[in-house]
Design a protein around this ligand. Structure first.
Ligand code: ADP
Ligand code: MG
Length: 609
């Protein structure tokens, strides 16, 4: 089977994918694989890892095998490739025996350039027999971190990959691709996949199109409704930490008339698949899910990811939030933080199942590491400095102090002296015997005769009713602030109680002042130019895209990404040659869709006159 050797890599990029330039890191990987050298690419979600092996696959003789852990992802990728005129197929357990045999014999007959295969298939005898007679030029291992037990996505079947490759008559070139790579994981990838002096390319972790924000709403449900209302007709994911929360939030959104569905491990396989499809195929706009959702979702037009709860570490957060804006267009990543999230996350870390394949010491070391990671996650939620800088530095990257595109950089703060109110709060904690949590303290300070207050006779204390005029939200914020500054600490899990620290006592004795930065305005998005979003032309192109997607039974972004539609809005092409210039329009899509899209653009231009 001949590759397109006659075309160079740039021509391949243009003809099949409709792009004129490689993104950062892509070309180096492509060059390395084409020159016969293994490669390890560490690039964030949405950076464009697939192209790094798809371009060489089309130029090399023989077949490229792509090993990928997720079945849903294979289907989408093969759909997308087929739509671009690339002969591709997948082999996994979603196929019937007859379909599997058909795909195998096609593969043996040289019908495909790219074949996606699930790692568990690498041991199947039928597969091994079919492969022996093939010329496999390249093996691309996607989500390569799954080979490592250090990560949370460990797949034991990934350990078969090296033996499989060794069993082939000719060793193919190996490319490994991942978005997460701590030094341990990276070492595991090289060692366990037996990469030979791989060309290593790490592009920055930064995703410039993402807007990061952390909010501390008084009432999360109300804040969520407000954020989603602001983002009418956009696709988004809401992550919650528990199944129960997923159910509640999804119910809430549906009751309020939003188009939402849900995903968690408590649903049947069938319902999970159905709900996921509803989201991917744009039948439902919002996916409410636990972290079980997302790996293997390549939906490129997710415009926001809201975390209803704080995840347990920044790796998970960045991976989940990173599912927004894969097409490179603007997208928002919002984390709703509350102090109770800390307790939940601590509980999850402490009660995580031990890995039976590790020794006790290894398990203990892992747990210790998890606690440290949680500490960094909490620090991210609490920082008043640039959020992007906080994250990039955590991943070991240099960063400027001010990204200008996160809630901390773009919000206006004022610094106020809150010593007197702080003293009232601290003194209330002391007078009530350091036996209560934030709610009771708040009730006492505001003079609210709640049940606890009456039964413990807290209304007789001198600190009763001394912050009568302050709203509960403000008092809770102040308690959080005092905790952040280490003046108060929470003791115990579940229903923690507050205690004054040594520095807190300095405040009480009048030896230390307390300053707080209060946010005057908080931003959670950049304002987009109205012309390109929700504009008339964009909407018209979108509905034409939906028509094609329905007809072909594929998700809308397989026809064209949002980025491609926006480029059409910018260029307003009215001839085939102009249409061909649009980013994301290759030869095949030009043929299939060019005419109809041009019609719509022409009609729009006519109306404008
Ligand atoms: P990853 O696997 O790294 O998360 P993907 O391979 O799924 O990312 O690519 C993400 C998006 O970026 C896709 O919509 C893809 O079409 C787009 N993309 C990839 N390379 C380019 C490029 N050179 N120019 C423009 N868009 C690109
Ligand atoms: Mg990918």
């Amino acid at each position: 089977m001949q590759g397109d050797r006659l075309l160079n890599k740039n021509e391949i990029l243009e003809r099949y994918f409709g792009f004129r330039t490689f993104r950062r890191g892509q070309e180096e990987i492509v060059d390395s694989l084409l020159s016969g050298r293994d490669a390890l690419a560490i690039m964030p979600t949405g950076a464009g890892k697939s192209l790094c092996y798809q371009v060489p696959a089309l130029m090399m003789d023989g077949v490229t095998l792509v090993i990928s852990p997720l079945i849903s992802l294979m289907k989408d990728q093969v759909n997308a490739l087929t739509a671009q005129g690339v002969r591709a197929a997948y082999l996994n357990r979603s196929l019937t025996d007859a379909q599997f045999d058909k795909a195998l014999s096609n593969m043996a007959a040289g019908v495909y350039k790219i074949v996606y295969v699930a790692p568990e298939r690498l041991k199947s005898v039928r597969f091994l027999n079919a492969v022996k007679r093939l010329h496999i030029s390249l093996v691309a291992v996607d989500e390569a971190h799954c080979v490592s037990q250090w990560g949370q996505d460990f797949r034991p079947n990934y350990l078969n990959i090296a033996a499989f490759i060794e069993g082939l008559p000719i060793r193919p070139i190996i490319g490994a691709f991942t978005a997460t790579a701590t030094p341990e994981v990276k070492g595991d990838i090289v060692r366990l996949l037996r990469l030979e002096q791989p060309k290593e390319v790490t592009t920055g972790f930064d995703r410039p199109n993402l807007f990061f924000s952390v909010l501390r709403p008084h009432q999360k449900s109300r804040e969520l409704l407000r954020l989603i209302e602001q983002r009418r007709d956009k696709n988004g994911i809401v992550y919650c930490s528990t199944r129960k929360r997923v159910e509640e939030v999804c119910d809430l959104l549906c009751r309020e008339g939003f188009s939402a569905t849900r995903y968690h491990a408590g649903l049947t396989d069938e319902e999970r698949r159905q709900n996921q499809d509803d989201f991917v195929y744009d039948r439902k706009r919002i996916m409410v899910a636990t972290n079980a959702f997302g790996m293997g979702i390549d939906k490129s037009d997710v415009r926001f990811v809201i975390h209803y709860n704080m995840p347990k570490n920044l790796e998970s957060y960045y991976q989940e939030a990173g599912r927004a804006g894969r097409d490179g267009e603007e997208a928002d990543c919002i984390l709703l933080f509350g102090m109770q999230d800390i307790d939940t996350a601590e509980f999850f870390v402490d009660h995580a199942e031990r890995n039976p394949e590790l020794t006790d010491e290894q398990n203990e070391a892992f747990l210790q590491k998890e606690r440290e990671r949680l500490g960094h996650m909490i620090a991210y939620c609490k920082t008043k400095d640039c959020l992007r800088a906080n994250m990039l530095r955590y991943f070991g990257e240099e960063s400027s102090d001010h990204c200008g595109k996160c809630s901390n950089c773009l919000s206006t703060f004022e610094t106020v002296d809150v010593t007197v109110d702080a003293q009232k709060v601290l003194s209330c904690v002391v007078r009530t015997g350091e036996r209560f949590g934030a709610q009771v303290i708040c009730d006492v300070l505001r003079g609210k005769e709640s049940q606890w207050v009456r039964s413990f006779r807290l209304n007789k204390l001198s600190t009763f009713d001394i912050l009568h005029e302050v709203r509960p939200k403000k008092i809770k914020e102040l308690i959080d602030e005092l905790e952040d500054q280490g003046l108060l600490e929470r003791i115990g899990a579940g229903k923690p109680t507050l205690r004054v620290t040594d520095s807190g006592w300095l405040v009480l004795k009048g030896k230390l002042n307390v300053q707080a930065r209060e946010a005057l305005t908080v931003k959670t998005t950049v304002t987009e130019p109205a012309e390109f979003s929700g504009g008339e032309l964009f909407e018209a192109l979108r509905s034409l895209r939906a028509e094609f997607a329905a007809k072909r039974g594929v998700p809308a972004f397989v026809i064209f990404s949002d980025a491609t539609l926006r480029d059409m809005c910018r260029r307003k092409p009215v001839t085939p040659a102009e249409f061909n210039q649009v980013s994301g329009v290759g030869e095949k899509k030009q043929k299939l869709y060019g005419e109809r899209f041009i019609e719509v653009i022409k009609a729009y231009m006519q109306d404008q006159k």
